[in-house]
Design a protein around this ligand. Structure first.
Ligand SMILES: [Zn+2]
Ligand SMILES: [Zn+2]
Length: 138
């Protein structure tokens, strides 16, 4: 594994993750489900390759729900402190979407676009110059 791989951890610190190979840029998501599961105005996540993604410690719980897109999404969280950790989907088994806020190297996170702006709340204004998509990125 490359030495500059990002790592991630939860609030209580029992979950430790080696993120592996990044598979896509970080992005904002304004969908209502992301608001609920983060408890904040929007979600920021980054895609990593499932093959190189490794949970190294901690106990993880899951919750499955169909997303606005109609696809099944499984949300993974720390069973001890409840921190949201990452999302997986049978539609993209080769990808894991890690919540940007749990990354231990936050300065390396650079969101490249925003999606689901049709669900955006007024109190979530971010860089208007970023590419925006009303729904998911096509
Ligand atoms: Zn925890
Ligand atoms: Zn979302």
């Amino acid at each position: 594994m490359v030495s500059d791989s990002m790592t991630a951890s939860c609030l209580c610190g029992t979950v430790r993750i080696s993120c592996g190979k990044q598979a896509g840029p970080a992005a904002y998501c304004h969908c209502a489900d992301c608001r609920k599961c983060t408890g904040s105005a929007f979600n920021v996540s980054l895609a990593f390759e499932s093959d190189s993604f490794q949970v190294q410690s901690g106990k993880i719980g899951t919750f499955m729900k169909n997303a606005d897109s109609g696809h099944e999404l499984t949300r993974h969280f720390c069973l001890n402190c409840g921190s949201p950790l990452y999302t997986s989907s049978p539609k993209h088994p080769d990808r894991v979407y890690v919540k940007a806020g749990i990354i231990d190297q936050p300065t390396r996170v650079r969101p490249a676009y925003q999606s689901w702006t049709q669900s955006k709340v007024e109190w979530a204004t971010i860089d208007p110059l970023l590419p925006s998509y009303q729904k998911g990125r096509p």
